[in-house]
Design a protein around this ligand. Sequence first.
Ligand SMILES: Nc1ncnc2c1ncn2[C@@H]1O[C@H](COP(=O)(O)OP(=O)(O)OP(=O)(O)O)[C@@H](O)[C@H]1O
Ligand SMILES: [Mg+2]
Length: 183
Amino acid sequence: MGVAGSPSVGKSTLSVLVAKRLGLPHLDVSKVAREAKAGGFDNQGMFVLNIRKARNAVRETLLKDRVRGYVVEGSFLWDLVPKSMLDLVVVLRCDPLILEKRYRRTGYSQQRIADNVVGELIGYVSAKCFEVYGEKCVEIDISGKDVSNAVEKILYAIESKRGEVVDWLASASSKKRLLKYLS
Ligand SMILES: Nc1ncnc2c1ncn2[C@@H]1O[C@H](COP(=O)(O)OP(=O)(O)OP(=O)(O)O)[C@@H](O)[C@H]1O
Ligand SMILES: [Mg+2]
């Protein structure tokens, strides 16, 4: 199965624990790509993926575990793991204002905070995953859940293959702080 979501939503923290509970290996596609040297660092120190190379490296790694299964997660999952290699994709959603606080603490630039907050607000990752994985995709809201409660919610989504509708835009008009990002 796959786990996707906006930056810092908790993909790595939570999917390591989910994999443990399910007795499956855990793979972070970014790590696989880095280890395979599928890309390089730009002049700001950001890793830029070579998508074709990264896709091949991820595919090869996943094929090794294809019988047992795996929990694979990471940014750009939809670009790196084909639909045929996954039974289910869980997209983690979180209130953009909670993510905003997390990004501030991490020391992201104002521009990077805005890009990521707007991404979650409009459901960018979710839209990409639904486009690529279709009926294999569910999304769940883990806002305000601590790590263990979030893990339980993910396990329930896997078991039931059911998610929920998450739409931050629907309630954005009552949140001044969010509206600022849309103006
Ligand atoms: N449910 C949670 N509640 C509060 N903090 C959390 C929760 N899950 C993760 N965090 C914290 O948020 C930060 C980002 O978590 P993590 O690295 O797992 O996210 P990620 O989605 O893998 O990010 P990236 O896209 O950068 O790989 C970490 O400091 C982590 O401890
Ligand atoms: Mg991560």
